[in-house]
Ligand binder design. Structure first.
Ligand SMILES: Nc1ncnc2c1ncn2[C@@H]1O[C@H](COP(=O)(O)OP(=O)(O)OP(=O)(O)O)[C@@H](O)[C@H]1O
Length: 263
């Protein structure tokens, strides 16, 4: 489903170039349940943003169902995202002045053309996904009256609204205690097993990564474990204290301003 080859990404700040991804090759198949792990600063979120078509400023190839993502224009990319991907973040990004149901129905606002829904249809679909996350009784509640775990369930319901094939989750349990995190994990498992939704989860939480069916590990700007159906060409020696430190690559002085530095 998603195939990355030779993906490189650097951030340029002034004259300093930080090469974060240095030739990432990875495959994510339909229906997979994958964790992305690595030290802080190793580029997990950077990779996730590319996998989720949130970032198109990279070198290399990202192919989805046989089609290069960079062949799509901005409208094509947002259509692809809206139709196929649900996003879950550590901070739940709920609109505090709207009810949970209105939050969940928000993706209808972004639907385009003939597919846009009436308000009634959007709210009915919202109720359906609130039921799926077992929060039907919280439809009219404001988000700030909910617990952290409940807020994350509302965010998951919102992500489910457009019936995504893929859910991209960045530290989804980062703000939750262990038992609440476990309940969210159970929900992810059910979405994967019962609905066949592909899940890609960036996590520092061992409980989550152990439950995933594959672990993709990033180190030194490359995928060193769990790349998918092919062998990674280079495998740097891994530090056994892997997740304990910071993997931010040392920034280098730019010889010339990179493309990203151009206005
Ligand atoms: N928008 C940005 N501009 C400049 N540098 C950035 C930007 N986003 C990330 N970086 C840098 O890229 C590197 C990788 O960041 P990223 O957030 O992908 O790491 P991560 O593995 O997700 O880290 P963590 O586990 O701490 O969340 C870090 O050195 C970070 O400072």
């Amino acid at each position: 489903m998603i195939r990355l080859r030779g993906v490189r990404k650097s951030y340029t700040t002034g004259k300093v170039v930080n090469e974060v991804l240095r030739g990432v090759d990875v495959d994510i198949g339909e229906g997979e349940f994958v964790a992305i792990v690595g030290r802080s600063g190793s580029g997990k979120t950077t990779l996730l943003n590319i996998l989720g078509a949130l970032d198109s400023e990279y070198e290399g190839s990202v192919e989805v169902d046989g089609r290069q993502l960079d062949s799509l224009d901005d409208v094509g990319i947002s259509d692809y995202r809206n139709r196929n991907i649900g996003f879950i973040f550590q901070s739940f990004y709920l609109m505090e002045h709207m009810s949970c149901l209105e939050n969940v129905a928000l993706p209808a606002v972004f639907a385009r053309g003939s597919e846009s829904m009436t308000r009634e249809a959007a709210l009915a679909r919202g109720r359906e996904v609130m039921e799926q996350v077992e929060l039907a009784d919280k439809c009219d509640a404001l988000p700030n009256t909910l617990s952290g775990g409940q807020k994350q369930r509302v965010a998951i319901a919102r992500a489910l609204f457009n019936r995504p094939r893929l859910m991209i989750c960045d530290e989804p349990t980062g703000n939750l205690d262990a038992s609440t995190a476990h309940a969210i994990l159970d929900l992810f498992r059910a979405l994967n097993e019962d609905q066949g939704i592909t899940l890609i989860i960036v996590t520092h939480d061992d409980m989550i990564s152990k439950a995933c069916k594959r672990v993709v590990r990033i180190h030194d700007g490359k995928v060193v474990e769990g790349a998918g159906e092919f062998a990674t060409r280079e495998r740097p020696e891994l530090d056994p204290t892997e997740d304990g430190g910071d993997d931010t690559p040392a920034p280098t002085e730019a010889a010339a301003p990179s493309q990203e530095a151009q206005p």
